[in-house]
Design a protein around this ligand. Structure first.
Ligand code: F3S
Length: 301
């Protein structure tokens, strides 16, 4: 997105420049699942629309979805006759079949990148490789993938965990879509030394990397930078961490209301980025708040 200039051309003092990261906010997979949920409610004819677990890690967007009639539930509490949205992380094939057998209407919001990982894991498994997943076994995406291969895989979150594995024969690797390429490479290097044959599948998604790349560039050009995202969102926290390498004042905020105008006194350029679960309307409200502050600071009464 392009840099936005202050709207008030008539301001007396110098206003602050607000610059958006070239890539920020919703990734394709989350956007697709959220759009799907809104489409489902339009076509529901009054039937309940539920998502299996939160569609995204963003409480404000979850609230908004709830207001529009889309509620979060788990497998045991799905009302009859519901339309069920599968979230971008995907589910196990067993869970999918169980929903189908209950006669529920299913809309599959599984991200295409996650579908690709599921397929790759199955291909490796069927070809007789020992599957090693670089990622967190308890993450919903990985739990879903494990369902495709009878839970028969190692999952390693760190290089140390990879080092702790015994020597293996034919190893096939996939990565959690959101793991850093650097960490995946380090885990691959360890596995290469431990296995007779190693087949590496590239399953990291570019979306988070694009936001990372954009914030790296932006952080070198601004004095202050706000990352909009949930405090528990690993993806948003990672953006802040990256931004702080060049812009030590980079700050994570959940909403526009958390911006303290005093922190911006004397700032000429402020940057804005957002985690992959942050909807556009929240980014817009932060930009609006920064514009107001900018005009106020430039025109003290
Ligand atoms: Fe899909 Fe990548 Fe988003 S895997 S859900 S596009 S972070």
């Amino acid at each position: 997105m392009p840099a936005t200039r202050p709207p008030d051309g008539k301001s007396e003092g110098k206003t602050m420049e607000i610059v958006l990261a070239e890539s920020l906010g919703f990734c394709m997979g989350v956007k697709r699942a959220v759009d799907m949920a809104y489409r489902a409610i339009e076509k529901s004819d009054g039937r309940p629309v539920v998502t299996l677990g939160p569609l995204i890690h963003n409480s404000q967007e979850i609230e908004r979805l709830q207001k529009d009639g889309i509620s979060v539930t788990d497998e045991d509490a799905i009302p009859e006759n519901s339309t069920v949205i599968i979230r971008a992380h995907g589910v196990t094939p067993q869970a999918f079949e169980a929903l189908k057998s209950r006669g529920l209407k299913i809309m599959d919001g599984t991200c295409p990148y996650v579908h690709y990982s599921q397929r790759k894991a199955l291909e490796l498994y069927e070809a007789g490789y020992t599957v090693v997943i670089a990622g967190d076994r308890n993450h919903p995406e990985i739990r879903g993938i494990l369902g495709y291969i009878n839970d028969e895989a190692y999952a390693v979150k760190t290089v140390e965990e990879a080092q702790a594995l015994a020597n293996l024969d034919r190893v096939g690797t996939i990565a959690q879509t959101t793991i850093s390429p650097k960490k995946y490479q380090a885990i691959i290097d360890v596995l290469r030394a431990k296995s007779r044959e190693l087949k590496v599948c590239e399953t990291i998604c570019d979306a988070t990397e694009e936001n990372q790349k954009a914030i790296r560039e932006l952080s070198a050009e601004v004095e202050m930078l706000y990352v909009i995202g949930g405090s528990h969102s690993a993806n948003s926290n990672k953006l802040v961490e990256t931004a702080r390498e060049k812009c030590p004042r980079a700050t994570l905020i959940e909403t526009a209301g958390e911006i303290n105008a005093e922190d911006l006194r004397g700032v000429n350029r402020v940057g804005v980025s957002a985690g992959a679960s942050t909807p556009d309307w929240m980014i817009q409200s932060v930009v609006e708040r920064l514009r107001e502050i900018s005009v106020r600071l430039a025109n003290p009464r």
